[in-house]
Design a protein around this ligand. Structure first.
Ligand SMILES: [Mg+2]
Length: 269
């Protein structure tokens, strides 16, 4: 196996479809992460999901038997907050989302203003808008979000995932929320999560990694593999995602460097 023949600094790991499926761990994933650690390869949990904080992500992984620390987690909410810090410095940022978005904004020095709530009413004006998934969002709040996006002429969508698996059904993902706002305002979002290579760059910068020493492992060609390719890291696709069969086709954008059934097949002794 080619990936096993190189000395890697770090492995950027997708979560849903790669280490777990919904609430079920992918068989062999805990042992795989331990193999990485034993080889001195830093695991970085790189997730498009912006609803959870890094601690909540680490807690979920640990409950499944995968050892993870909050500072090994990079979320699309953090990448969004980082972008805004670079662009505006510390600022008042309007947001839609759960703790994952609010805490990321605060972590990067911003003042987080939840759009369409009393803390937003009467606010003199936010510098930017970040939209993450909030399953409790209302039409009234979306109206307030659209007004701010219209005024600013731009918004950041933490991630563009269109559907989230929920048992044998799905729930609309953040991409669907972004499409609502885009349709109403005519303004296209900047999408911070994968496949945007800036998300990978954010992780490389955060841990001081050289792209030549990094591999990215994920189940989705259109998000994981594309982001990795664009950022110049080695890419491994695993076929453990629930949507693997239905979403992959001959028209997928880029070939990964390697394809394996699951992380259980990687870095075997
Ligand atoms: Mg995935």
């Amino acid at each position: 196996m080619r990936h096993g023949e190189r000395a890697w600094q770090a492995a950027l790991l997708d979560l849903d479809g790669t280490l777990y499926r919904g609430d079920e761990v992918v068989p062999g994933a805990p042992e795989f992460v331990e193999r990485l650690r034993r080889r001195g390869i830093r695991p970085v949990f790189l997730t498009n999901n912006s609803t959870r904080t890094p601690r909540q992500v680490a807690d979920k992984l640990n409950r499944m038997g995968i050892t993870a620390e909050p500072d090994e987690v990079c979320t699309s909410a953090e990448a969004s907050a980082h972008q805004l810090r670079e662009r505006f410095g510390p600022a008042y940022i309007g947001f839609v989302g759960l703790d994952g978005v609010r805490e990321a904004l605060v972590e990067f020095g911003h003042r987080a203003v939840e759009l369409g709530t009393p803390e937003h009413d009467g606010h003199p004006g936010v510098a930017a808008v970040v939209v993450g998934l909030d399953p409790e969002i209302t039409y009234r709040r979306l109206t307030a979000v659209c007004a701010e996006v219209s005024r600013l002429g731009a918004f950041i969508l933490t991630n563009g995932d269109v559907r989230l698996p929920a048992g044998d059904r799905f729930v609309p993902g953040n991409g669907a929320l972004g499409a609502f706002i885009e349709t109403a305002t005519g303004i296209r979002p900047y999408v911070a999560g994968k496949p945007n290579p800036d998300f990978v760059q954010f992780a490389l910068q955060r841990y001081g990694l050289d792209p030549d020493g990094v591999l990215l492992i994920g189940d989705n060609r259109r998000t994981d593999v594309l982001a990795g390719k664009l950022a110049g890291v080695y890419t491994v696709q695993v076929q453990s995602g629930v949507q693997y069969a239905e979403t992959e086709s001959a028209s997928t954008p880029l070939e990964p460097d390697e394809v394996h059934p699951s992380v259980a097949d990687l870095f075997l002794p």
